[in-house]
Ligand binder design. Structure first.
Ligand code: S3P
Length: 454
């Protein structure tokens, strides 16, 4: 059943200008890892325990989807979830459609998993997800022999009727972890070896977690990509194995930590520590881009939890300067550009982003929506087909629209730290998809944000 849609609530943030960040905080669990923990735990044999699970709307929608396919799931209680795995062939046909809320990750990864089931499933999502392209997963699944129907232009809903799957070799046209993961998950149900080549490295949580569950995944470094300095990578999986239950410790989400990293980097006097953050090398572009802009970022307490590297990240204010963002860092920071545009707006000089056309098909068109919002705050921000040119300067106060996009809402909240007047951020309910408790944590660390229901 479709839960009450957060987009229908009119929640806005009013953020007073100024402030500085201090203290030590832990942001909620990683969204990508939380989704995957439910999916893989459900098809494993035995009881999987998850700690630090993200209790945001997106991951909870995934959890409900698996409950409706007959999986017994306890929790979440304080971030702890216990999943009674049903094995690769134990999922049951759900009574209705599977509603996955705002989550592209859930829809695209589930498409791969559903392709291997003997029953038909229809995947639906909220207003924002219903605008996003699904042919990028429907096409490789069709090559594997799956019947996939979508609405016009490959948009959701997506109806999937799996069956006997053939293994394929798939050259991904774009650098997408969701597409890679979809094909790999379908590959578990195919006869023989399925392989995916990615034009540039993308987040590898699926591969790491599958290995954690005892399922072999082979990664081979490839040739230099024609698209830039990135090396392509080939990932292969052989169908017909099994997953054995494990215990998973979900690190804090670097994509949520990013808002506080930028906030501290743009507000004089700030010194903040973000605890136990996942610093997987396929996700750490935000650290490296901010460092290239001159940021003072140090890592401590580095360790590894469940195959994922973590660290405490300390960020102290120093003035930033504009840069040309190296294209090879783009896939490694793909979710962080809304807030990086804010960093660029507060930096000395010009920042140029290229090679980031994927930003146009995220929860919103993040190039256009951020450029519009920054311009309305007096920033010289010029959108380009695959990026943006941002000239640093003084931000004014003003009113901005989020277009149902959680990361846009949080980015403009951070921007107020350097604005000359208050910023009103309209339509912020979607923040709950990835960052429950954002406002409270932001207030605690020094951002002057208040919520208003309108
Ligand atoms: C994700 C992959 C990325 C990212 C998204 C989460 C994942 O999407 O933007 O927020 O968990 O696999 P793409 O695969 O479309 O790049």
């Amino acid at each position: 059943m479709q839960p009450s849609n957060s987009a229908s609530q009119l929640l806005r943030y009013v953020v007073r200008p100024g402030g500085q960040l201090s203290g030590a905080i832990r942001v909620p669990g990683d969204k990508s890892i939380s989704h995957r923990s439910i999916m893989l735990g459900s098809i494993a044999e035995g009881t999987t325990e998850v700690y630090g699970f993200l209790e945001g709307e997106d991951a909870l929608a995934t959890l409900e989807a698996f409950r409706s396919m007959g999986v017994q799931i306890e929790g979440p209680n304080d971030g702890v979830v216990k999943i009674q795995g049903v094995g690769l062939h134990g999922l049951k046909e759900p009574e209705g459609e599977l509603y996955v809320g705002n989550a592209g990750t859930a829809m695209r990864l589930l498409a791969g998993l559903m392709a291997g089931q003997k029953f038909p499933v229809t995947l639906t999502g909220d207003r924002s997800l219903s605008r996003r392209p699904m042919n990028r997963v429907a096409n490789p699944l069709r090559e594997m022999g799956v019947n996939v129907d979508t609405a016009e232009d490959g948009r959701p809903p997506m109806a999937i009727q799996g069956g006997q799957l053939s293994a394929i070799h798939y050259d991904m046209p774009m650098a997408s972890a969701q597409v890679k993961s979809c094909v790999l998950l379908a590959g578990i149900y195919a006869g023989g070896k399925t392989s995916v080549v990615e034009p540039a490295p993308t987040r590898d949580h699926t591969e790491r977690m599958l290995r954690g569950f005892g399922y072999d995944v082979v990664t081979e470094a490839g040739e230099a990509s024609s698209k830039g300095k990135n090396k392509s990578k080939k990932v292969s999986i052989v169908g017909g194995g099994k997953l054995s239950a494990i215990s998973i410790d979900v690190p804090a989400d670097i994509s949520s930590a990013a808002f506080f990293m930028v906030a501290a980097s743009i507000s004089p006097g700030s010194d903040i520590t973000l605890q136990h953050v996942g610093i997987n090398p396929t996700r750490d572009g935000i650290i490296n881009i901010l460092k290239l802009m001159g940021a003072d970022i140090t890592l401590s307490n580095q360790s590894e939890v469940g195959g994922e590297p973590v660290a405490d990240i300390r960020v102290r204010y120093v003035p930033l300067h504009g840069i040309n963002i190296p294209e090879e860092l783009v896939p490694l920071a793909i979710d962080e550009f809304p807030v990086l545009f804010v960093a660029a707006a507060c930096a000395e000089g010009t920042t140029v982003l290229t090679g980031a056309e994927e930003l146009r098909v995220k929860e919103s068109d993040r190039i256009q929506v951020m450029a519009d919002g920054l311009q309305s705050l007096g920033v010289d921000a010029e959108p380009t087909p695959d990026g943006m040119i941002v000239k640093g300067g003084q931000l004014t106060g003003g009113e901005v629209e989020t277009h149902d996009d959680h990361r846009i809402a949080m980015s403009f909240t951070v921007a107020a730290l350097r604005a000359s007047g208050p910023i009103v951020v309209n339509n912020c309910a979607h923040v709950a998809t990835s960052f429950p408790g954002f406002v409270q944590l932001a207030q605690k660390s020094g951002i002057k944000v208040e919520e208003e229901l309108v």
